[in-house]
Design a protein around this ligand. Structure first.
Ligand code: DQA
Length: 147
């Protein structure tokens, strides 16, 4: 099995960006952790990050046929991008949404996700570990479909 982890806008600034909220580790640290985790779990992971809505949409479309599932942190697009939501709905793959921070304890505009309703589920507020939980959940879900 091969999954893709897609990170949206400003997540390339992890480690530099509001460390009190997002921690001091970088995107490279996150991606390395996920590679190690994937190897231990016996699946493959490819990571992608973009600050551009269209590139994220293309990455979601392009995942169909190439990967078995998507772990997606859409960043602020979560809260208002109907285009991203439609892109998620357009692919038959399981998608799990991840937020590093607890969006529900933050500003009201972060409480709404327009993307979550078309995903298989959401992991919120558990830091970098949330990506691992999401990968594990997708892997289990796909495993179940085989039986
Ligand atoms: C985020 C939460 C969003 O509200 C914010 O815009 C981000 C990161 C998170 O991972 O906690 O860019 O998705």
């Amino acid at each position: 099995r091969h999954y893709i982890v897609i990170n949206g806008p400003n997540l390339n600034r992890l480690g530099l960006r509001e460390p009190d909220i997002y921690g001091s580790k970088t995107l490279t640290d996150l991606e390395r952790e996920l590679m190690v985790f994937a190897e231990k779990q016996g699946f493959q992971v490819t990571c992608f990050q973009s600050n551009h809505e269209g590139d994220l949409i293309d990455a979601i479309h392009g995942s169909d046929g190439h990967y078995d599932g998507i772990v997606l942190n859409p960043g602020a697009f979560t809260h208002y991008s109907y285009a991203l939501r439609d892109a998620i709905a357009s692919v038959p793959l399981p998608v799990i949404e991840v937020h590093i921070s607890n969006v529900h304890s933050r500003e009201p505009f972060r409480h709404q996700s327009v993307t979550a309703p078309v995903t298989a589920g959401q992991v919120v507020g558990l830091g970098f570990q949330g990506y691992q939980f999401a990968l594990q959940a997708i892997h289990t879900k796909i495993g179940e479909k085989q039986h």
